[in-house]
Design a protein around this ligand. Structure first.
Ligand SMILES: Cc1cc2nc3c(=O)[nH]c(=O)nc-3n(C[C@H](O)[C@H](O)[C@H](O)COP(=O)(O)OP(=O)(O)OC[C@H]3O[C@@H](n4cnc5c(N)ncnc54)[C@H](O)[C@@H]3O)c2cc1C
Length: 311
């Protein structure tokens, strides 16, 4: 493992699938890499992840552990527990150490932001207790296990109706809870109801269950709609507050805008994985983006070494 005191070629912020995949490919390209991570992965509530080639059903924490070990087996690799608090347009990086990790001031040649998303869940009581077991957010990841169940979809985002159609592919026994919002238009509701999918427009106030088994959704009026599980539509918030001084281009939802090589508007600053929010939000996609951005970074550093233009 490389010395934390040296300035690395690349700082990777976030050790999820995107950061780990980029790190592995960069150290294999003989680049020195420091990975900084707060260890708060988005998929922490789930016990098994699905849909990743060769790894279907693997616990996500095991995947991260193996990925970190394989990255750290290379001489150019270093990992530290810490929170990146600031990245400047000059690629200066400030790290606040966590769990014994040191505070660091770094000036690498390239920075990769792979910090993922945080999720704002619908505010029904007990929802967190069922998230990752009975209730999920990723239809691609968990739809198969929910097939033919008595399902709920809870959310207030404008894509609720299109998500309902995706879920209805797995079970027509579906109730869409708009959580007191106008998320599903009258025309959308009519089409869904014609297919046997119910719409509940009252606010969902509680997820009810017995001995950790979900049995229903309680509405504001007190009525309980029996459901055994389903999906929620969280608001996804990119983790980028530390980029405030970098003046990097972001879209209306705060996602970092990147090109096909995963380069941002700031030279030397790249982003990959959920933080760029390209659906589907899945492990394989994040890891694939990590491999692509690793090559972009490596080629840009090669070009800079030759005194040429990036890429
Ligand atoms: C409940 C749930 C279940 C899921 N199940 C599946 C599944 O079955 N199959 C599947 O393919 N996908 C699944 N996903 C989606 C998958 O987990 C994500 O798409 C994937 O983890 C994204 O990888 P990432 O590297 O972009 O981000 P993340 O995995 O979120 O990693 C980001 C890392 O950055 C760190 N970080 C954030 N801010 C900072 C900072 N300022 N400084 C330092 N570190 C920071 C975080 O602590 C975290 O470790 C699931 C998601 C959820 C929420």
């Amino acid at each position: 493992m490389a010395d934390l005191g040296e300035q690395p070629d690349v700082v990777i912020i976030g050790a999820g699938p995107a950061g780990l995949s980029a790190g592995l490919n960069l150290v294999r390209a003989r680049r020195s890499v420091l990975m900084v991570d707060t260890n708060r992965p988005r998929h922490a509530p789930t016990l098994r992840s699905h849909g990743t080639l060769g790894l279907d059903g693997i616990p996500p924490l095991e995947l991260r552990k193996v990925g970190r070990e394989q990255f750290l087996a290379y001489p150019g690799a270093a990992h530290t527990m810490g929170t990146v608090t600031r990245v400047g347009a000059d690629l200066s990086v400030s790290v606040q150490g966590l769990r014994g990790g040191p505070d660091l001031e770094l000036r690498p040649r390239a920075v990769l932001v792979a910090t993922g998303l945080t999720e704002a869940l619908p505010d029904a009581a007990n929802l967190r207790a069922y998230y990752g077991t009975a209730l999920h957010s990723c239809i691609e990841c968990d739809g198969y296990e929910k097939a033919d169940g008595a399902l709920a979809l809870i959310g207030s985002a404008s894509d609720l109706a299109s998500r309902a159609w995706e879920i209805a592919h797995f079970s027509r026994d579906l109730v869409v809870f708009t959580d007191g919002s106008g998320a599903v238009s009258e025309a959308e509701a009519a089409e869904l109801e014609a297919a046997g999918i119910r719409i509940e427009r009252e606010k969902a106030v509680e997820i009810v269950g017995e001995k950790a088994v979900m049995t229903g959704v309680r509405l504001e009026s007190g009525r309980v709609v029996e459901r055994s599980g389903g999906f929620i539509r969280p608001e996804w918030v990119p983790q980028v507050s530390f980029l405030a001084d970098a003046d990097v281009a972001a879209d209306g939802a705060g996602r970092i805008v990147v090109d096909r090589r995963f380069a941002s508007s700031v030279p030397g600053l790249y982003a990959a994985g959920d933080v760029t929010s390209r659906e589907p939000l899945q492990i394989a996609v994040a890891a694939g983006e990590g491999a692509v951005v690793a090559r972009s970074i490596h080629l840009d550093l090669l070009a800079a070494d030759r005194g040429g233009a990036r890429g």
